[in-house]
Design a protein around this ligand. Structure first.
Ligand code: HEM
Length: 313
């Protein structure tokens, strides 16, 4: 069993202890499809809507607990807040005013029957926010913000190509953009690294408050990765031609399937032998001549055929 050295800084502990969870989410079919730019545009917009709901909930929670000693060092909505940017991107992609995207049928349909994993995610954030110790919210900041800061530029490029968005103009891509730490200028790759360093330093400062905080944030970070995996699991794997990739995969598997040798479980074989004996008894006792006998023979034949078919379905 691996042990955690709680004398290590929180940022180091988080990176090490979520390594596996990160790999799992990174290798999920939906993440791969998203990162290859192959996701159908409506599914991409639907995903952004779910993210908006998550960010809106946890950014409100961060505002509420802004002065908490664990959360204060990384609290910087001007730099980090993503919910307003997601709203701008969703509106742009839908081709509607920002004031009206929440009346769009896609949004209404998503939230009239909210997917379970999305409900779980926002409920968990709400639960922490309403608890006596909101420290684990730091884990949610870590998983989302440091993830966005890490994958940002690459994903931005892929998404711009996938949905024909102008990278220079940046419309529809603002979710992936960060401003410099001290100015309102767009952050370069080097500046993104500085922002990450600042964020990690903030987490380390928060971790110094107590070992219990470290333990709680590490546990919550793993849960946050799982919650993100849950969100990914709700993405319909259809490509841009709107073909359902899952059914395509199944079709390919069927095409490639080798004809199987027919085998029958021993129970079925015994049952057939018993049935044949019974049929034999009926034939012998009941007679097997004339039209009646012929009908019996047909009935037995049909029964045997059905039996074998149901055994191979
Ligand atoms: C979709 C596929 C993904 C790929 C290919 C990917 C790739 C990466 C890479 C290369 C880094 C290291 C960057 C660096 O150190 O500068 C990183 C860091 C990170 N990623 Fe991802 N990522 C993916 C998905 C995600 C998701 C879905 C999340 C969470 C929702 C996430 C959260 C993070 C976090 C928190 C870090 C920072 C780790 C640390 O330094 O403590 N990633 N990712």
């Amino acid at each position: 069993m691996s042990t955690i050295d709680l004398t290590q800084p929180l940022a180091t502990l988080l990176r090490e202890s979520t390594h596996e969870a990160h790999e799992t989410v990174e290798n999920s079919p939906s993440a791969k499809l998203l990162l290859s730019g192959g996701l159908a545009q409506d599914e991409y917009i639907r995903y952004l809507m779910m993210l908006w709901h998550v960010y809106d909930t946890f950014e409100r929670a961060l505002d509420r607990h802004a002065a908490h000693p664990t959360l204060e060092p990384t609290y910087n909505p001007t730099l980090l807040a993503r919910a307003p940017l997601l709203a701008a991107d969703i509106s742009y992609l839908l081709g509607v005013q920002e004031s009206s995207w929440q009346t769009h049928p896609m949004y209404l349909s998503l939230f009239s029957s909210m997917p379970g994993p999305l409900q779980d995610y926002v409920s968990r954030i709400q639960e922490i926010s309403d608890s006596s110790d909101p420290s684990p919210l730091l884990a949610h900041s870590y998983v989302r913000y440091l993830g966005d800061l890490s994958g940002g530029q690459t994903i931005r490029h892929v998404i711009s190509k996938a949905y024909d968005l102008d990278e220079t103009e940046g419309l529809g891509l603002s979710f992936y953009a960060f401003k410099e730490l001290r100015t309102a200028k767009p952050a370069s790759q080097g500046e993104m690294k500085r922002i990450k360093d600042w964020f990690r330093a903030g987490m380390n400062a928060a971790g110094e408050t107590s070992a219990a905080v470290k333990v709680a944030v590490i546990a919550e970070a793993n849960m946050a990765f799982n919650l993100n995996a849950g969100l990914f699991s709700t993405i319909k794997l259809k490509d841009k031609g709107s073909k359902d990739l899952l059914s395509k995969e199944i079709a390919v598997q069927v095409e490639h399937a080798q004809p199987e040798e027919k085998t029958y479980p021993i129970g079925q074989v015994i049952a057939v032998i018993a049935a044949v004996c019974l049929a034999h008894f009926l034939i012998v006792v009941g007679g097997f001549t004339g039209n009646k006998g012929y009908q019996k023979l047909l009935a037995i034949e049909a029964w045997l055929r059905n039996f074998f078919q149901s055994g191979t379905d």
